[in-house]
Each structure stands twice: as structure tokens, then as C-alpha cells.
Write a protein that binds this ligand. Structure first.
Ligand code: GLC
Length: 531
């Protein structure tokens, strides 16, 4: 048995998020209580014991609101209700209460950049004339060209194809176009419209009053659009790349939205917001986490770094620099529902698994907030899925050239037994491969050498060992292909070897290693903590 358990119900004081470990639950894929093959809120409640055992401080639940599921919940038809596939408001309240009893905070996703095309506002907009107040909540514009049959500008959708769709006028004639930076079922809201702002405030209060501990703000660098919606210089963008200089994202006026969100949160003690901020430039990134804006912003540099010590060090240095000027906590992530899983990204198979273990120790040694994505603690790889089961809108929108994100959203295997592996008694919404049967949570809990045991031990040490205090990093000289750092003012050293040969371990006693050591040497694809 590894790990000390925290006493249930223990909630720590102010700024609980500053060095928290937060666990992302992709609700659809975590745990299914009613055997319809789709994860749900009650399913999460059934697994709270596991989450407490894992030692995380808080949860982030991906959208569970009323939705036609064109983008699996990121197309929200009613942000203040629960989709029946996930439960209802009572189930949510029970989950929240149960989580708090287990000492877990609960943060939830908000999607303010766009609504679903099934939102009552958008339906009303389609039924209303150009220039009407109903259309003014979205971006409806006449097209270009003599017949208005070319889109209003050259923007592309993040999911592929044009970012505009034309709708017929209510009288049947060729009509206006509406903007959707994602799927056509996700029309962008017009953030210059006061009703849009007021509605987000209402949503924030709705969930804060129910007792949620915070929010993850989807596309936090979106929302505001530049005056006149000018053409993009480079309209060809892939999914979620660096958005520097892209007129669709990171508009200066977006910060007014974040100030509004912060002002509401400040009325409620101990609540936080973390933004999804795909902004590469450190100075522009810092603006999102100024003292009167979001508390935290995901910095995706570590996700994008290859398994190479120099690249990892650069990613860490930039992420620290990006928050240093505004005194915010850095926010680390190696994995989420939009990116290939670490085991696969770092090379797949045993090599990828060893590297993912090593990077987990690097990440958990860093100051600030760490986000783990469900299944990351089990070392799940991506899985190649047959064309016929792909569901991500990216697959259709890209004309079947991009396979999309389904292969990193496959349900969590809890215990042996196809087809549902304890996730569901029915048929999982995406097929679960046989190889997931060898990576179940039940088996890994019993195995002291498993990825799950490593994560539990690392999270526990991060919480209890004095080596993890101190907010600044100090780098040590390290052989080519290696890195070593410690938190200033402590004796804990984290060393990583991404080179092809073993290197001497730094001085000190080994506290935890991601794989077997080679005597006094740190083997390739391995990290360790020493004191
Ligand atoms: C964010 C989400 C992603 C979603 C998109 C549109 O990037 O993380 O999953 O598809 O926003 O809402």
C-alpha cells in the first residue's frame, strides 16, 4: 500500500489552487453509472474514493450542460442545466457534496466564446431579420462578392473549412453569414453585446451559488473579435496552434471579459478561474493572469515540447517567465482531451511509457499548479480507431484528412472485462482496445511498479515533503541531453536524462525514480528526485 491518505473533508485555506494538483475528468469517458456507454456525473461520484486515493486536490469537469453534442458538450444549448445523458442538477449537487466530503474541490468548464446552434438565442436569430437584436448576439454579416455568396472574410474554422456559414433569410432569399471559429454548430457569440456579458455573469453566479470552487474558461483567448473582422494574413491554421498575430484570437478587448469574470469571483471567497490560453508570447500570455483577471492560465509550452532536455528546459523557463511579472502561479499540463497522450507523443510502447513516467516526475517537481488528465495516471496511450467510429467534428470538417481527438478520449479502463472494462456495463461510446485491459486502475493499484503507483507516490511527496516548497527554480549544470533543477531554498533536486547514455546521478539520496537506476547512474529516458 502506497501513500498516506488525507483525512476526508479537509479543505485547505485561501489560495488552495496556488500549488494544487488538479485532475481533469472528460465526463463522457470517466465512469458510466447507467450503462448507456457514456460517462456521467453519478459515475464520477462512484469514483470519489479513487480520486482521493490518487491524492489530487481538485477536479475539472469538462462540459456536462445541455448540448446536442456536436463537439461533445463544447456546444452548449443551456449553460445552466445538465444534459440528461450526464444526469441532472440534483446529481450534480450530490457529486459536489460528495467531492467536498472527500476533500476534493470541484471546478467546471465554461464555454463563453460560442453557444450551440440549438441555443434558444441562435434559434431566435435564425428566425429574425438581418439587423435584428436577435442576430446582434452573434456575428451575422452579409457576404462579399456581387451576390454576397462569398464569406465576409477569409477566416478558417479551427476544425477545418471556412469559419462562416450562410443561412437563408427568413423570407427565403440568399441571406447573411454567421461566424463560427469551431464547428458550424458552435456559432461565436458577439462579446460587444451587453446581453452576452450579462448572461455569462448569470451563469457564473448560478454555479458559484451551488458551491463550485472554480471554472476552466474554454478558449479564454477567444471571445473578443477585432473591429471590422479583418482578413487574416495566414488563414491556414491547424487545431490549437500558437495564435500569435492571428486576428481571430487574443484581441486586446478580451481582457475586459476576464476582468468581469474576476470581479464576480472576488465576491465569493476561495474561488478560482483558469483560462485555456493558447498564446505563445510570454508578455501577451501574462496579460491573462494579471491580478484583476484570471487566477491561472494553462501554459501549453510543456505539452508542445518534445522529449529533449533542452526543449523541456526552454518550455519551463518561458512558462515561469510568463507569470513572473504578474506574480501568478505557473500552470503545467502534459495532457488533455485535445492533445495526443504523452505515452504516444514521446514515442509509444515501452519507450513512450518510460518517457511519460520521467516527464511526470519533472512536472510534479515544478512550482505552481499541475493538471493531470484522466488516464494519464494509468499511462494510457492513444489508440488508432477505425474510420467508422470517429466522432470528433474535426474528422468531417477536414474532409477526412485529420483524424481528430477521439483516440485520446477513449474511456478509462477500471477493471478487466471487455467491452466496458468497468467503465460501463454496456458498450462504451468509443471502443476500448484489448491493450487497455492490461492498464486497468484495479491492476495498477496492486502493482507497486505501475504508473499509477508512481503518480500516487509523487503526488503524496509533492504535498508532504519540504523539498517542494519554494516558488523559484535553480538550474544546475547537467550533461548534454540532461537537465537538473531544484526549488530555491530546498535540497530537493529533479534530474532528467533524455540522452542515449546513462549519466552520473547528482549527489544526494534518491527519493523517487521514474524507472530502475543503473547503480549511481541515471539511465536514458528516466528522471529522479534526490535530497
Ligand atoms: C477548447 C476545448 C476543445 C473544444 C474547443 C471548442 O479548445 O478544449 O475541446 O473543441 O475549445 O469549444
Amino acid at each position: 500500500m502506497i501513500g498516506l491518505l488525507r483525512s476526508p473533508g479537509k479543505i485547505s485555506p485561501v489560495q488552495w489552487w496556488a500549488d494544487a494538483v488538479v485532475y481533469q475528468i472528460y465526463v463522457r469517458s470517466f465512469s458510466d453509472s447507467d450503462d448507456d456507454g457514456v460517462g456521467d456525473l453519478e459515475g464520477i461520484r462512484m469514483r470519489l474514493g479513487y480520486l482521493e486515493l490518487l491524492g489530487v486536490d481538485a477536479l475539472w469537469l469538462t462540459p456536462f450542460y445541455t448540448s446536442p453534442m456536436a463537439d461533445h458538450g463544447y456546444d452548449v444549448a443551456d449553460p445552466r442545466d445538465v444534459d440528461p445523458v450526464f444526469g441532472d442538477l440534483d446529481t450534480f449537487d450530490r457529486l459536489l457534496e460528495g467531492a467536498h466530503e472527500h476533500g476534493l474541490r470541484v471546478t467546471i468548464d465554461l464555454v463563453p466564446n460560442h453557444s450551440s446552434s440549438e441555443h434558444e438565442w441562435f434559434r431566435a436569430a435564425l428566425d429574425s431579420a438581418p439587423g435584428s437584436p436577435e442576430r446582434a448576439r452573434y456575428h451575422f454579416l452579409p457576404g462579399r462578392g456581387p451576390d454576397g455568396d462569398e464569406p465576409p472574410n477569409n477566416w478558417t474554422s479551427v476544425f477545418g473549412g471556412p469559419a462562416w456559414t450562410r443561412v437563408p433569410s427568413p423570407d427565403g432569399s440568399g441571406g447573411e453569414w454567421y461566424l463560427h471559429l469551431f464547428a458550424p454548430e458552435q456559432p461565436d457569440l458577439n462579446w460587444t453585446n451587453p446581453e452576452v456579458r450579462a448572461d455569462l455573469e448569470k451563469t457564473l453566479r448560478f454555479w458559484l451559488d451551488r458551491g463550485v470552487d472554480g471554472f476552466r474558461i474554454d478558449v479564454a483567448h477567444g471571445m473578443s473579435k477585432p473591429e471590422g473582422l479583418p482578413d487574416a494574413e495566414n488563414p491556414d491554421v491547424a487545431l490549437l496552434i500558437n495564435t500569435d498575430g492571428d486576428p481571430r484570437f487574443d484581441d486586446d478587448d478580451v481582457h475586459d471579459v476576464h476582468r468581469m469574470i474576476r470581479a464576480v469571483l472576488d465576491e465569493y471567497p476561495d474561488r478560482m478561474a483558469v483560462g485555456e490560453v493558447w498564446v505563445g508570447d510570454d508578455e501577451r500570455f501574462a496579460r491573462y493572469v494579471r491580478p484583476d483577471e484570471l487566477h491561472l492560465g494553462f501554459n501549453f509550452r510543456l505539452v508542445r515540447a518534445p522529449f529533449d532536455a533542452a526543449a523541456v528546459r526552454t518550455a519551463i523557463e518561458h512558462s515561469l517567465a510568463a507569470v513572473a511579472t504578474v506574480a501568478a502561479s505557473p500552470t503545467w499540463t502534459l495532457s488533455n482531451h485535445d492533445v495526443s497522450r504523452p505515452v504516444t507523443r514521446y514515442g509509444g510502447g515501452e519507450l513512450g511509457a518510460a518517457r511519460a513516467r520521467a516527464m511526470t516526475l519533472v512536472e510534479l517537481a515544478l512550482p505552481g499548479v499541475v493538471y493531470l488528465y484522466n488516464g494519464e495516471e494509468l499511462g494510457l496511450p492513444d489508440v488508432d480507431l477505425p474510420d467508422a467510429v470517429l466522432q470528433d467534428p474535426v474528422w468531417e470538417r477536414s474532409g477526412h484528412t485529420e483524424r481528430g481527438r477521439d483516440s485520446y478520449r477513449i474511456p478509462v479502463p477500471w477493471e478487466d472485462g471487455a467491452p466496458g472494462y468497468g467503465f460501463t456495463g454496456g458498450d462504451p461510446w468509443l471502443p476500448m482496445p484489448i491493450e487497455y485491459g492490461r492498464l486497468t486502475a484495479a491492476d495498477q493499484l496492486e502493482d507497486t511498479g505501475s504508473m499509477l503507483s508512481l503518480v500516487r507516490r509523487a503526488v503524496e511527496l509533492r504535498k508532504t515533503h519540504p523539498g517542494f516548497r519554494g516558488g523559484e527554480l535553480e538550474w544546475f549544470g547537467a550533461p548534454e541531453g540532461c537537465l537538473a533543477f531544484r526549488r530555491v531554498g530546498t535540497t530537493l533536486v529533479c534530474a532528467l536524462n533524455t540522452s542515449a547514455a546513462p549519466v552520473p546521478l547528482p549527489p544526494g539520496e534518491v527519493l523517487l525514480a521514474s524507472g530502475p537506476l543503473d547503480g549511481a547512474r541515471l539511465p536514458p529516458n528516466t528522471a529522479c528526485w534526490l535530497v
